[in-house]
Design a protein around this ligand. Structure first.
Ligand code: DQA
Length: 149
């Protein structure tokens, strides 16, 4: 089975964007980390990034269909700033059965108050926040455990 790792706006700049907050690891490095760990767990990774809300919504819908076909374990989703603004992404996640794990590289609760509210948290299967890019790997492990129980 596959795991969809979905990244939202500005995460294409990871590594050069505010390194004090997000670290110097690039998104390509994160993809390699995810693919390696998923491989150990017997899964493949479909790794994507988009700066466009509608593209992310379409990806969630597609994941819902692939999950129903039995070919997807779940979604690891860092929605970036859309986390804090997007009722449309909230509706997309609640409209599908596929488990979605919300990931944030930084501890959003230790930052500006506008990052404290998440539209995704109420509809996420789980949330991993503040562990840097390791959070992606932790989310993959969580999906694999969830699928094997
Ligand atoms: C983020 C946190 C968001 O508040 C921010 O807008 C991002 C990245 C994180 O991974 O820490 O783009 O999702």
């Amino acid at each position: 089975p596959a795991i969809l790792v979905l990244n939202g706006p500005n995460l294409n700049l990871l590594g050069t964007r505010e390194p004090a907050t997000y670290g110097s690891t690039t998104l390509a490095d994160v993809e390699r980390m995810c693919t390696a760990r998923a491989g150990e767990l017997g899964c493949t990774v479909d790794f994507r990034q988009s700066n466009h809300e509608g593209v992310l919504i379409d990806a969630i819908h597609e994941a819902g269909r692939t999950f129903k076909e039995g070919a997807l374990l779940g979604v690891v989703f860092n929605a970036g700033a859309y986390t804090h603004t997007s009722i449309a992404l909230h509706d997309a996640v609640r409209s599908v059965e596929v488990p979605v794990i919300e990931v944030h590289i930084s501890n959003v609760h230790a930052r500006e108050s506008f990052r404290h509210h998440s539209w995704l948290s109420p509809v996420a299967a789980g949330i991993i926040v503040g562990f840097g890019v390791d959070g992606y790997v932790m989310a993959i492990e969580a999906l694999a455990r969830r699928a094997s129980r």
